[in-house]
Design a protein around this ligand. Structure first.
Ligand SMILES: Cc1cc2nc3c(=O)[nH]c(=O)nc-3n(C[C@H](O)[C@H](O)[C@H](O)COP(=O)(O)OP(=O)(O)OC[C@H]3O[C@@H](n4cnc5c(N)ncnc54)[C@H](O)[C@@H]3O)c2cc1C
Length: 550
């Protein structure tokens, strides 16, 4: 009796054998992975698991906890729209939610749809190989787990591989350094510290004014001067909440119909349609309203350089008006690319921060960073900057980085890294020839980062879900795109990019230019989300044109 009891107790203590074979493995538990799990597990009744490197849900909003980290999409549009109840029950507090609030939202979504029981946290995928004979993906993790699935779906995000520049001497630095995309969850105390921030993209523009509030001194090292428009963040008023309740269906319709997935319409008028006085008034009004809507003031801002110049000049003049020190203002306004050809930041008091006594701007295009020293940083002219903390706001190995880090191998051992040696090549940003039953949510070649991303993510996830459902209904086992379809799509991605001013920002991460050695290929699809949605729907309706199903 006693022995049986002990045996029973022992059995209870033995670790439960984890299921290792699934219909689908999803990598990543941000917006993409959560919704894909819900669709496959709860709508199609497939066995599905999410493998996530972090210890919680949120993706971007789990890792990017730097001071000032905040959404640039307006809160009421930066959310899922697939469930009316979810949409109406969640109340955002501000026009642009901070990182903690977005993470709370995604945690709420995960709990509401009971998703966490199908997510393995602290599990980094290090390899994925297609077993042709079994028609299954074999996935390995850093912890040594081996799992298999018929479908492998990457939900690894476009901006989840931190890019720390290889500056000589970093290892010798006696202070502390942090990358904004891997921010310590316990925070970083800047009180009384000399801080150096490297990078002035969207992130650097958000973090600098907040770091300056507590640091003894902040030195911002700027290589590429950047435009920014005020966010005009504020708490949501009861009137606005009422407006949302009344108008959500219409706003969702707009988000799905506009090229960039935002809840505002891009004006049809051209810059040349109005007089210079009217144009100035339009820009002033947009500046006062704040936010990404500034880009929507004219139809041709991203299509015609002369039109773009008018917006660029307006913002440069604003910088010169805000920043009191003339030399600093000129460095900040010395912008070498068209407005919005790089990801256009919005800010809260970024340019104003340079009026503080404890903030200095260093132009590292004129005097490049040469080395990090034990005590700080040295530029080519020999000037030393003593620092206690270095903040790398240097962005990500965008779009391809997280996919290549999975070490994916397809048919006959073909490595994705080899297939993409000259840059990403795929069909619709969704599939690569030689990699059957692998889908890449918001992969390169899809609108992704040029769009309000939850809109792009919902479209991809639903397309993949419908495709798998149809395969199941027709008892098909395999879907794979073709070389010819990829060639056609790469041409379309290039055509769409070249019809805009976007490729003119030569140093942009859209082109992979921020990572040394990365092939220069314009990665996102610039043809617009609405057009892309129609293309994908048409392809599915015509029996998955460009794919081979068997
Ligand atoms: C600071 C910042 C601000 C942003 N602001 C906006 C905004 O205002 N509007 C907008 O539309 N978009 C914004 N974005 C883009 C943002 O990434 C997307 O909106 C969205 O969060 C992407 O969701 P996702 O699930 O596709 O990817 P992510 O949120 O990046 O999630 C991917 C997940 O995959 C996991 N993962 C990656 N590799 C592995 C692996 N090998 N093994 C296991 N897990 C892995 C990561 O840990 C991560 O949790 C912002 C991005 C950043 C960095």
């Amino acid at each position: 009796m006693a022995t049986a009891k002990a045996a029973k107790k022992g059995a209870r203590r033995a670790p439960a054998r984890k299921q290792q074979a699934f219909d689908a493995i999803i990598v990543g538990a941000g917006f993409s992975g959560l919704y894909q799990l819900h669709c496959l597990r709860d709508r199609l009744d497939l066995s599905a698991v999410v493998l996530e490197a972090g210890d919680g849900v949120g993706g971007t909003w789990y890792w990017n906890l730097y001071p000032g980290a905040r959404c640039d999409s307006e809160s009421h549009s930066y959310c899922f729209t697939f469930d009316d109840k979810l949409l109406s029950e969640w109340q955002w507090s501000e026009r642009y939610p901070g990182h903690a609030e977005v993470r709370r939202y995604l945690d709420h979504v995960a709990d509401r749809f009971d998703l966490k029981r199908s997510i393995r946290f602290g599990t980094r995928v290090t390899g994925a190989t297609y077993d042709e004979a079994a028609n299954r993906w074999q996935v390995t993790t850093e912890g040594g787990d081996k799992l298999t699935a018929k479908f492998l779906i990457t939900a690894v995000g476009c901006l989840s591989t931190a890019n720390v520049p290889a500056i000589p001497g970093l290892h010798s630095f006696k202070g502390r350094w942090v990358h904004t995309g891997q921010w310590p969850h316990e925070g970083v105390d800047f009180t009384g510290k000399r801080v150096g921030q490297i990078g002035t993209g969207s992130t650097g523009i958000q973090s600098a004014p907040v770091i300056a509030e507590t640091a003894k001194h902040l030195t911002v090292f700027q290589r590429t001067a950047n435009y920014s428009v005020p966010a005009r963040n504020a708490p949501l008023t009861p009137e606005f909440r009422h407006y949302l309740r009344e108008n959500y269906p219409e706003l969702v319709r707009i988000m799905r119909k506009t090229p960039n997935g935002h809840p505002f319409v891009i004006e049809r008028r051209l810059v040349a349609d109005v007089t210079p006085v009217e144009r100035q008034a339009i820009y002033e009004a947009a500046w006062e309203k704040g936010g990404l809507q500034f880009r929507a003031t004219f139809h041709d801002l991203l299509l015609d350089k002369a039109a773009n110049d008018t917006a660029a000049e307006f913002i440069k003049n604003k910088i010169r008006t805000i920043v009191k020190d003339k030399a600093t203002a000129e460095k900040l306004a010395d912008i070498d690319h068209p407005y919005a050809a790089k990801r256009p930041p919005i800010d809260t008091d970024y340019f104003e921060a340079f009026n503080r006594d404890n903030v200095t701007l260093v132009d590292v295009r004129a005097d490049p960073i040469e080395a990090i020293t034990p005590g700080g940083l040295r530029t080519r002219s020999g000037k030393e900057y003593p620092l206690d903390i270095i903040v790398f706001a240097t962005g990500f190995d965008a779009m391809t980085g997280p996919l290549l880090a999975l070490n994916i191998r397809g048919r006959e051992g073909l490595a994705l890294a080899d297939a993409w040696k000259a840059g990403p090549r795929n069909y619709l940003g969704l599939q690569v020839a030689g990699f059957p039953n692998l889908f890449t949510i918001t992969g390169p070649g899809s609108p992704s980062v040029l769009c309000n991303m939850p809109v792009a993510i919902e479209q991809h996830v639903e397309w993949i879900t419908d495709c798998i459902a149809e395969m199941r209904a027709k008892r098909l086992q395999r879907i794979e795109t073709t070389d010819a379809a990829m060639d056609g799509w790469v041409q379309e991605v290039n055509r769409a990019a070249n019809a805009t001013l976007l490729p003119q920002a030569h140093h942009s991460w859209y082109l992979g230019a921020n990572v040394p050695g990365k092939p220069r290929v314009f990665m996102p699809y610039a043809g617009g989300m609405a057009r892309y949605r129609d293309l994908c729907a048409g392809i599915a309706a015509r029996g998955y044109e460009g794919f081979v199903l068997s």
